[in-house]
Design a protein around this ligand. Structure first.
Ligand SMILES: *Cc1c(COP(=O)(O)O)cnc(C)c1O
Length: 424
């Protein structure tokens, strides 16, 4: 497979961009990532003209795939051509807010921002402002964006910055516990209960190989936060409008979080984030409340149009049936291949999310430590390239999950299963 153009582009990029990329994970592909020229349905075409079946889908935002339906395209074009932004509100922000409030059970009010990171940053500030407390509990292996309060590793007794540039004194306000470990959560509440502003969790770990919550884990988090006057924040940046359809993962699990963060799909492929929840809490944001929050680009008309028309299209068509059916076909096919060729591996995922994790210790991984122990080097350095050589584009490493879009077909699924059969 010729990749001369990608190599030349990467060389140019290296001289002007750190690591040659604008988001760290993109450089996980070695020796260099391929540069995409354009999307086409469920596929992408790279700078050398190679075509791949694309299961990365922008790392989550593209529910419909690369070919946007006419009405989505038209609305985006119209907003772009009317002049990008105004510094004063527009109707389409209200339309998308109404749509989100109507469909997501726990959301009475919503504030739009420009990225998932901005959403979780604002949600943490909001939880602290609302409760007057300092600490937040997070799950090891959960990802909440590139922000100071969550770039923290270790455990609740020894939290430490996971990135240079984050002061230890910030990290001390973040308490990491293993996913699915009720005992650890009880312990942090015993020790810090009256200073815990919130527990923030992904409903399903989607940035760490896909790990599902154990039966009762979210109910337990809901109860213990209520008991202690802390808030429960669901970070649905990945799962929002993907798992559980328009009601999001919270409706699937039957849990009512106090605050929900959104991103990815709700912007229809454009930069977006959102913080939603109980009116009384969300109204603590300025100007109705004392928690400062603002953004020049927030509620951008092009983003709002792309998000609203994408979600309206999903509401009016068989989008979720299609992507979830293909997800079932993929996971079913993969389970057969794995049982046959790699019984020590796990097929993970639900709805339109899927991943083969290169480990299994009797049962599927239940937390980040299990996934950390997987054959991550084999996944990234050997397996990923074998799939690419067969024109299948998977996410860059063992940890990021993969997505089915409305543009994918049964033929894409079959060809992908053949490739896995060959590579595993
Ligand atoms: C992607 C992601 C984020 C960060 O969103 P960005 O738009 O990349 O800043 C936060 N939380 C979760 C669960 C995510 O998957």
């Amino acid at each position: 497979m010729n990749d001369d153009n990608s190599r030349d582009l990467y060389e140019r990029a290296l001289s002007v961009m750190p690591g040659g990329v604008n988001s760290a994970v993109r450089a996980a592909i070695e020796p260099y990532p391929f540069f995409v020229q354009k999307g086409d349905g469920g596929h992408v075409v790279d700078a050398d003209g190679n075509r791949y079946i694309d299961w990365v889908m922008g790392l989550g935002p593209l529910l419909l795939g690369h070919d946007l339906p006419e009405q989505v395209q038209a609305s985006i074009q119209q907003k772009a051509s009317e002049g990008p932004i105004y510094g004063t509100p527009t109707e389409i922000e209200v339309d998308l807010a109404e749509f989100v409030v109507r469909h997501v059970p726990s959301v009475e009010k919503v504030r739009f921002v420009n990225s998932g990171t901005e959403a979780t940053t604002s949600a943490v500030r909001l939880a602290r402002g609302y409760t007057g407390r300092n600490k937040i509990v997070v799950n090891q292996g959960g990802y909440h964006g590139a922000q100071e309060s969550t770039l923290v590793e270790g455990d609740h007794e020894n939290p430490a910055p996971s990135s240079a540039g984050v002061p230890q004194s910030f990290a001390e306000h973040t308490l990491p516990v293993p996913f699915n470990d009720e005992e650890a959560v009880r312990e942090v509440f015993e020790e810090h209960g009256d200073d815990i502003a919130a527990v923030m969790t992904e409903p399903i770990l989607g940035n760490y190989g896909i790990v599902e919550p154990a039966e009762g884990y979210h109910e337990f988090l809901r109860e213990i936060t209520e008991e202690h006057g802390s808030l429960l924040i669901f970070d649905e940046v990945i799962t929002g409008f993907r798992v559980g359809g328009l009601g999001c993962a919270q409706s699937e699990f039957g849990i009512t979080p106090d605050i929900t963060t959104f991103g990815k799909i709700v912007g229809g492929g454009f930069p977006v984030g959102a913080i939603g929840g109980r009116a009384e809490i969300i109204e603590q944001f300025a100007p109705s409340g004392p928690v400062f929050q603002a953004g020049t680009f927030s509620g951008h008309p092009v983003t709002m149009a792309a998000g609203l028309e994408t979600l309206k299209f999903a509401a009016a068509n068989d989008v979720y049936d299609h992507v979830n059916d293909l997800g079932d076909q993929l996971r079913g096919g993969l389970e057969e291949i794995v049982a046959d060729q790699a019984p020590e591996y796990t097929v993970a995922g639900t709805d339109s999310m899927f991943k083969v994790i290169f480990t299994r210790d009797g049962e599927a991984p239940t937390n980040a430590a299990d996934v950390q122990n997987a054959e991550t080097d084999r996944w990234r350095r050997v397996f990923w390239g074998q799939m690419k050589d067969q024109n299948v584009f998977l996410s860059q490493n063992q940890f990021e999950c993969q997505f089915v879009s409305y543009n994918h077909t049964e033929d894409d699924v079959e060809r992908t299963l053949e490739a896995y059969k060959d590579a595993l």
